[in-house]
Design a protein around this ligand. Structure first.
Ligand code: BG6
Length: 487
């Protein structure tokens, strides 16, 4: 079992503000299974998981956690854990399987599933927190160019409003996209996520089209549901120069900040792409192509006001232009040709800092979360009056289950303890954070890692598909029901 040497500060408990929302998150492809049932068609992840070397052991989401059939029990389990809100995603490939426009493109059986899921949540007093896109583009649309093709934008809006027409009477929190950095740069530039392309220009086009789809959807949702809470979830890193007195290291961290964080946050909150990013793109010959992708008026749409920003945080990084003595393991265990996800940061490296790491070699850096929240509040959400939520935070550890399938995951529990204290510290310093979602409710299909990495506060036995609450889940129940991280 991977362990780390942090001892949580147990000298005092910390209580969160009244009304703080405690949740858990999953995503459709990672938990639903039933990949070939009730009219669902292939998404890019079904296809990608069949590409040799793309996913560890060629695992796929055909069965996953079988939530498609077990949603009612999962809703009860969440209620038992004191979870107040469930962040899940709807699958485009289930709702409009062929990406065909018009009423004939709708799969009623797919919508029925989400309707049943939402009803089960409401029956258990759990607030449905719906994300419209967590990476599972219908393969039919990828075949027409995917997110690199501007035509996908209006089809996304149509899909979003199909879901809204069916569920808008019961769902009041709507998130357009989860982590567009992953569904653009990791997917179309690095090649480590579906559809596995390795083109910097395609990654940039995908990023812009995702943002445009987000903005247009917010406009449509706003006019259909003026009282709904609308937002987007972005993943952030906290890039620090290895040596703050070395201008090259400072430039390395600036590039990562621009090409990971600001490339999404600036258009959404300021209606512009960062000037330094555009200069970096020009220097590598990508600016002209990108300028053609961005049409007049797009940035106005993209910066349509939102109500909530979801923040996914796992770790920060130390950047340099000097190669590190030992490299950290990258984002995926792939055995095919990949490249850097950054269109203009070749020659930028990540240096290990000697911090404890998770089972994926992700550094454990809770103070990065406090800094990130302060920064987002100061530079983006505060001035815009937008609510902040942590929509994902969690860790993979090498769980060992006993004969009863119980996992005494003190390491994961400590991870949560430390990160919740980091959130609390941000709140105490004046950053209004309104809720927190553990990633993940369940062990699930972790993309390129297949089922090899376990993030759940609830164990899934992949032979029986039974759920067993882990020690971290029992602890999370205490936190959620008392609104307090115990001493
Ligand atoms: C986030 C995603 O990036 O990280 C989740 O939104 C994902 O869907 C989580 O499961 C962990 O990442 P990975 O690569 O281990 O699956």
């Amino acid at each position: 079992m991977t362990s780390f040497s942090y001892t949580p500060p147990t000298d005092r408990s910390v209580t969160f503000p009244d009304g703080f929302l405690w949740g858990a998150a999953t995503a459709a492809y990672q938990v639903e299974g039933a990949a070939h049932e009730d009219g669902r068609r292939d998404s890019i992840w079904d296809t990608f998981s069949r590409v040799p070397g793309a996913v560890l052991d060629a695992h796929n989401g055909d069965v996953a956690c079988d939530q498609y059939h077990r949603y009612a029990d999962d809703a009860k389990l969440m209620a038992d854990l004191g979870i107040q809100t469930y962040r899940f995603s709807t699958s485009w490939a289930r709702v409009r399987p062929d990406g065909v426009s018009g009423p004939e493109g709708v799969n009623a059986q797919g919508l029925d599933y989400y309707s049943r899921l939402v009803d089960s949540l409401l029956d258990n007093n759990i607030l449905p927190w719906l994300t419209l896109y967590h990476w599972d583009l219908p393969q039919a649309l990828e075949d027409q160019g995917g997110w690199a093709n501007r035509d996908v934008v209006d089809l996304f809006v149509e899909y979003a409003m199909t879901v809204h027409d069916a569920l808008g009477d019961r769902v009041r929190v709507w998130t357009t996209l989860n982590e567009p950095w992953c569904s653009s740069f990791l997917s179309y530039t690095a090649g480590v996520h579906a559809p596995g392309r390795t083109s910097p220009a395609d990654g940039l086009a995908a990023a812009h089209h995702l943002l445009l789809a987000h903005g247009k959807t917010i406009q449509e949702l706003r006019s259909a549901a003026p009282d709904a809470e609308l937002g987007i979830t972005l993943n952030f890193t906290v890039p620090d120069p290895v040596d703050p007195s070395n201008p090259d290291d400072v430039d390395a961290a600036r590039r990562i900040d621009a090409q990971f964080n600001r490339v999404f946050a600036d258009p959404i909150f300021r209606g512009e792409y960062p000037a330094d990013l555009l200069e970096d793109l020009a220097a590598v010959g990508l600016r002209e192509g990108f300028d053609k992708v961005v049409h007049d008026g797009d940035l106005e749409i993209i910066s349509t006001p939102i109500d909530a920003l979801g923040v996914n945080y796992y770790h920060g990084e130390a950047n340099s232009k000097t190669p590190p003595p030992d490299s950290l393991v990258g984002d995926a265990p792939v055995e095919r040709e990949t490249r850097s996800p950054y269109p203009a940061a070749d020659g930028v490296y990540v240096h290990p800092r000697g911090l404890p790491v998770t089972d994926q070699d992700w550094e454990i850096q809770p103070e990065g979360l406090t800094r990130l929240l302060r920064r987002l509040h100061a530079e983006y959400t505060g001035p815009a009056g937008v609510k902040l939520y942590i929509t994902e935070n969690g860790c993979a550890f090498d769980d060992v289950a006993d004969d009863n399938d119980f996992v005494d995951d003190q390491n994961r529990l400590n991870f949560y303890d430390l990160h919740l204290r980091a959130v609390h510290e941000a709140i105490e310093s004046g950053v209004p954070v309104h809720g927190y979602f553990a990633w993940s409710l369940l062990d699930n299909y972790e993309w390129a890692w297949g089922y090899h990495k376990r993030f759940g506060i609830v164990r899934v036995n992949y032979e029986t598909l039974e759920r067993t609450v882990k020690a971290s889940g029992e602890w999370y129940r205490t936190v959620a029901t008392t609104n307090t991280v115990p001493a």
